[in-house]
Design a protein around this ligand. Structure first.
Ligand code: ARG
Length: 579
């Protein structure tokens, strides 16, 4: 139970003792500034209004009832303004809470009481092409939520809905076949170049184009030779994605791939089901779902095609089949889609159709967690200098190279091998953190300078804060688990830091609920900043510091480091002992 939950329970008890109706809330929040208490309860004003009494008088009654209930937890209860109740926490109690968290493997963070089956749909690149920066946000934001929800004790089912079906594959397997026949060892080292070659071949050579078209038809009707080529191409392309995931420290595995092709067999039955339900109708030879709720520019119901007049199925058909599978076979309680905001209409239509068709009931939460675009300095989608799409592989190489230059400049006693490893963690961490620390729904501007800065809310700053604690322990010559002294919360700085540390689980709950990782970044940044303030004000290893105080402060430092490490790990970012 975190502090807010604990105080909530206690204040409610006191309110009931004062005869306040049980449905009125305690409204507990951390005190925002000096004079607000460590926490504040805003329960008296609403209750007084409902009961027709004076708010400050009611607050006084609640405080009297609260005093014994909070004995040992709060030191001072004070009525402020029109009837707020300020609660100052007891330093001894806080010290005990910190001590418990510091020795606990999970930092005393409980798992959720009702674990859910959570399906997380993220990354989902199209296998025809190489992964580019457009795939970055879905991949890393989705992965952060997968890590967090798992940490909280939910069953997370990752679904990498890759684009591995469609007309382009005819062209690609025709090209693969030709290249295989000329040089046996086929390696799609450069998927992008391969795609360009196939495209050029297709555009310039009519015979090749005809062949490609016939291959699509054969592929879609299940021809074994075609399926074999297709599987070969798919394998090579997935190998490329897996390399990117590994470089990015993203937890997606080959077994999480469940792409468009997986649903092939269910597409025709699905269209039939929707027709039988009267939700889909034939229109100009195609099968369409019309939405009374969504009108087009002419004020007519918007249509979503689920089968073309050439019998082919579409992206929407596959997504409907995927949704039904996730509910029926994966038993999802919550399905989270991390997809670009530009696909909002598509998702809205898929959700609406699934609900009307009763593929899903109201118990299941369907969430399109849209995100904005990563832009260049010009405010337009991030491109190479010549205007091409930026390959993710190239971006990550550049990040690590730039980080290496910085690490080398600062390094005093690091070996080359250490520098290489640190640069990798800093470079990759910076790309991820700079994205995750921005409000998900906004666009943001990609900037090497700001993401690699050692100042401000950045990965290098957070990683550096972690190494500072490690170096204190090296200097002190002690290991954290050898420290058993009580934790003394004796100064304002220690108290502020302690309370912030104990709010970790509240923050995680909110991030999990709203799928907003930037809130975790902000929190970690606050921890690092409060730590610096504490460090300035509270000497640790200076001569003359009593051993108990020294050890108490070391334990506080250790919890800071572990909180940063755990928080960054949930974001998929690594730390190091020195840099
Ligand atoms: N392959 C799609 C694209 O690149 C993304 C897939 C997202 N997931 C989904 N279920 N639609 O745009």
């Amino acid at each position: 139970m975190n502090i807010r939950e604990l105080l909530n329970e206690k204040v409610l008890t006191a309110m009931h003792a004062c005869g306040i109706p049980a449905d009125l809330p305690a409204l507990i929040a951390p005190g925002k500034k000096a004079g607000f208490g460590d926490y504040q309860a805003n329960c008296a004003m609403g209750a007084a209004k409902a009961m027709g009494t004076n708010p400050r008088e009611l607050a006084a009654k609640i405080v009297a009832a609260l005093q014994p209930v909070l004995a040992g937890i709060a030191d001072k209860l004070e009525i402020a303004g029109p009837g707020f109740i300020n609660i100052d926490l007891n330093p001894t109690w806080l010290g005990e809470q910190i001590a418990n968290a510091q020795v606990d493997a999970r930092l005393n963070i409980a798992t959720v009481s009702a674990p859910q089956n959570v399906v997380i749909d993220y990354s989902g690149p199209n296998l025809a092409k190489e992964m580019h920066v457009g795939h970055l946000r879905s991949t890393i934001i989705g992965d952060a939520l997968a890590r967090l929800l798992e940490f909280q004790g939910n069953k997370v089912i990752r679904q990498n809905h890759v684009g591995d079906w469609g007309t382009q594959f005819g062209m690609l397997i025709a090209e693969l076949e030709e290249q295989l026949s000329s040089n046996k060892e086929m390696d799609l080292k450069d998927l992008e170049v391969f795609y360009q070659q196939a495209k050029k071949h297709f555009d310039d050579d009519a015979a090749f184009a005809d062949k490609a078209r016939s291959y699509v038809v054969r592929l879609q009707s299940g021809d074994a030779d075609m399926l074999k080529l297709w599987a070969q191409f798919r394998e090579l392309s997935l190998k490329h994605s897996n390399e990117i995931y590994k470089a990015l420290n993203v937890t997606l595995k080959s077994t999480d791939v469940c792409g468009e092709s997986f649903y092939n067999d269910d597409l025709a039955p699905l269209v039939k089901d929707l027709q039988q339900l009267g939700l889909a109708v034939e229109s100009e030879g195609a099968v369409v779902v019309f939405f009374e709720e969504i009108l087009n520019r002419d004020g007519e119901p918007l249509g979503m095609i689920i089968q073309k007049n050439d019998e082919g199925f579409l992206y929407a058909t596959t997504d409907l089949a995927a949704l039904r599978y996730r509910v029926n076979k994966l038993h999802a309680n919550r399905i989270m889609y991390f997809i670009d905001a530009r696909q909002s209409l598509h998702m809205q239509q898929v959700f609406l159709t699934s609900k009307k068709a009763k593929f899903v009931d109201d118990q299941v939460s369907l969430e399109h967690l849209a995100f904005g675009t990563m832009n260049g300095a010009d405010g337009k989608p991030f491109k190479t200098r010549t205007g091409g799409t930026v390959k993710l592989a190239d971006l990550l190489i550049e990040a690590v190279e730039r980080a290496e230059t910085l690490v080398r400049e600062r390094a005093t006693d690091l070996s080359d091998a250490e520098i290489t490893e640190i640069a990798r963690k800093v470079g990759i961490g910076s790309v991820k953190y700079s994205d995750l620390s921005k409000t998900r729904t906004n666009d943001y501007i990609f900037s090497w300078e700001s993401m690699l800065s050692f100042e401000g809310n950045t990965a290098p700053y957070m990683q550096y804060a972690f190494t500072r604690v490690q170096s204190i322990f090296r200097k002190a010559g002690v290991t954290p688990d050898s420290l058993t002294s009580n934790i003394v919360i004796g100064t304002e700085q220690e108290k502020t830091l302690a309370i912030k540390l104990l709010q970790f689980s509240e923050v995680l709950d909110q991030v999990a609920r709203e799928a907003l990782p930037h809130l975790l970044c902000t929190y970690l940044y606050e921890i690092a900043s409060l730590y610096m303030t504490f460090y300035e004000a509270c000497p640790i290893l200076k001569d003359g510091i009593e051993p108990e105080i020294r050890d108490s402060r070391l334990r506080l430092c250790h919890l800071v480091a572990r909180t940063i490490e755990q928080g960054l790990d949930l974001l998929g970012i690594e730390v190091m002992d020195r840099m």
